[in-house]
Design a protein around this ligand. Structure first.
Ligand SMILES: Cc1cc2nc3c(=O)[nH]c(=O)nc-3n(C[C@H](O)[C@H](O)[C@H](O)COP(=O)(O)O)c2cc1C
Length: 559
């Protein structure tokens, strides 16, 4: 009898999944793989009558408009994506800089009418143009912006104030005292809304959270750099605390990443004048209870994603600090690749004199995913520049940081050595690159070489791998991201899955910008997971497909 009771208790109250047990991430990854058969047997269809709103609207809160003039930084996009401002540089954004950061990462840059309505395209690429990522600000008093918690409203290009006062201490608590957060005058919180993307992509949406948040962060990091602001992506935080501060309905919308922007060297000055009523912990914060407009007539729930999210959640500041500790122990244990075993071709990036100098703001406004590629070649110098500039490191808490010299004014180009670790490995299918034979390659980022895995014309295979679409068959090159998830999960647990998808989105977003800076085109693409691994095996044996970007010459179409 006692045994039966124990069983009943066990069944009715299963142990909460913990981040360290990566079974949930493995399961999510397996179940959401695309294959030729899974795509063809999926009965899902798009119910346009129930399409979610692309904006979060708080009807009771009037947004305050932000300045719409785009300040010209003049910093070349190819420098901005490859560089960063040293973390200790004392700098804080004013309202104009905040507006610029938000506009160039999540603002509406184009709109197009279609039979079903209007699409408001944003600064960064996003799967299905469904824009499930929302941005919030948590800041001290900045020039022309009061201390508070704000929601960014892209439709009005305004800010809705959710809380008045300085709440950054809640995020310091939530991140277990992450140093960049602790000294940032502004923290941008990125959340993701399940239904807005799952309407089309169903349970695979959780991968898209990382991809779409990542492309946005590629823009945000580059613009911060161009504005002379240090910035760092933070993935480790107590989920419930951040969600509670924003008072989002965490069954529907969840915080996915934080970005510390700027740096206050004087910790005492930053909090003056002290606000005696400013709460320091989540326990002291009351829920907001603001109404928001429903996204659709009804929503379909995909519990698998919420399970994945719960299993990758961190529950205490101590757990966060320990998690972060595991990311910075050095490079041992992180995925590394064996030295080249086949013929290699050295990258030959453009020289400084040849490097296109179009500023980052121009390139972001020019960007838009290629809808058709011409089968004309790009050059090895263009491809080399793209790979070199996009992979010089991401300032984030989930990778070993690169060492940046102490006293370097303004933007420093991140040096290649040491360059910080990277979770994703890049594999290429080259169709049309002058100076490089067609074939499959592995990019040895640390050596600056491409290792040829096999020669041949693989246009048909690339088209197939990219879900049977024409774009990857016609592009000049397909850049596939793969990784060995095992050491990542061993180290970072389920949350490593968030990190690897987010990093892929950031690198993919940088590749987009590096392509458009050189007047090439690019598009993100989805793929048949296991077929991608098979194509690049035996080199890629045991790795998982994470992301795909195709690059080439766009066929110009009137938008
Ligand atoms: C990760 C990712 C995957 C994408 N996958 C596809 C795809 O499989 N097919 C496609 O035609 N476009 C794809 N796109 C392009 C999006 O449809 C495009 O970004 C979106 O419509 C917004 O348009 P824009 O990039 O021109 O601003 C993808 C974009 C991203 C970021």
């Amino acid at each position: 009898m006692l045994g039966l009771c124990a069983t009943i208790v066990k069944l009715s109250a299963p142990a909460m999944p913990t981040n360290a047990n990566a079974e949930a991430a493995w399961n999510y990854h397996e179940v959401t793989k695309h294959s030729y058969t899974s795509v063809r047997t999926n009965p899902h269809f798009l119910d346009f009558g129930n399409q979610p709103l692309p904006f979060k609207i708080y009807p009771a809160l009037e947004p305050s408009r932000m300045p719409t003039e785009v300040r010209q930084t003049g910093v070349a996009a190819l420098s901005a994506i490859a560089g960063s401002v040293p973390a200790q540089t004392n700098a804080a954004p004013d309202l104009e800089a905040v507006a610029q950061l938000l506009y160039l990462s999540a603002g509406i840059t184009r709109q197009r009418k279609y039979s079903g309505g209007e699409i408001y395209f944003r600064a960064a690429a996003c799967t299905g143009a469904l824009y499930e990522v929302e941005l919030y600000l948590v800041c001290r008093e900045l020039a022309n912006l009061q201390a508070g918690v704000y929601h960014f409203a892209p439709a009005e290009f305004g800010l809705r104030r959710l809380r008045a006062g300085d709440y950054r201490s809640v995020l310091v608590e939530a991140t277990g005292g992450e140093p960049a957060i602790a000294q940032a005058p502004l923290i941008i919180v990125c959340t993701c809304t399940y239904w807005r993307n799952a309407w089309k992509y169903q349970a695979r949406t959780y991968r898209h959270f990382g991809w779409d948040n990542g492309t946005m962060l590629a823009n945000l990091l580059a613009v911060a750099t161009a504005l002379g602001l240090p910035a760092k992506v933070v993935c480790g935080f107590v989920d419930a605390t951040v969600n509670g501060l924003l008072d989002v309905d965490s069954q529907r919308e969840v915080a996915f990443s934080l970005v510390a922007v700027g740096h206050d060297s004087d910790l005492f000055a930053q909090t003056s004048p002290p606000a005696p009523t400013t709460p320091r912990t989540l326990a002291e914060i009351s829920p907001l209870g603001f109404e928001t407009v429903p996204l659709s007539r009804d929503e379909v729930d995909y519990p698998l994603m919420r399970e994945m999210h719960a299993a990758s959640s961190l529950d205490s500041a101590e757990e966060v600090a320990a998690w972060r500790g595991r990311t910075t122990l050095g490079s041992t244990g992180m995925p590394s690749s064996p030295p080249p075993a086949g013929p290699v071709v050295r990258l030959q990036p453009l020289s400084d004199g040849e490097m296109p100098r179009d500023p980052i703001e121009q390139v972001i406004l020019r960007r838009g995913s290629s809808r058709q590629f011409a089968r004309t070649p790009i050059t090895l110098a263009q491809l080399s520049t793209l790979l070199d500039r996009a992979t010089r490191g991401v300032p984030a808490d989930f990778v070993v940081p690169k060492v940046v010299p102490d006293f370097v004014p303004n933007v420093v180009l991140n040096s290649q050595d040491p360059m910080g670790s990277q979770l994703n490995h890049l594999y290429l299918i080259v169709h049309a690159v002058e100076g490089l034979d067609s074939g499959a390659y592995f990019f040895h980022r640390d050596r600056g070489v491409l290792e040829c895995l096999k020669h041949g014309n693989f246009r048909n295979q690339a088209g197939y791998l990219g879900l049977g679409q024409q774009l990857p068959a016609d592009a000049a090159v397909g850049i596939f991201f793969l990784t060995d998830l095992r050491p990542i999960f061993d180290r970072l647990g389920n949350r490593g899955y968030r990190a690897v998808q987010l990093e892929a989105g950031i690198l993919g977003g940088k590749l987009y910008l590096a392509a458009y800076a050189q007047r090439l085109g690019a598009t993100g693409l989805t793929f048949y997971d296991d077929d991608v691994t098979r194509f690049f095996s035996p080199h890629a044996e045991g790795k998982s497909a994470i992301f795909l970007v195709a690059v080439g010459h766009s066929v110009k179409r009137k938008r």
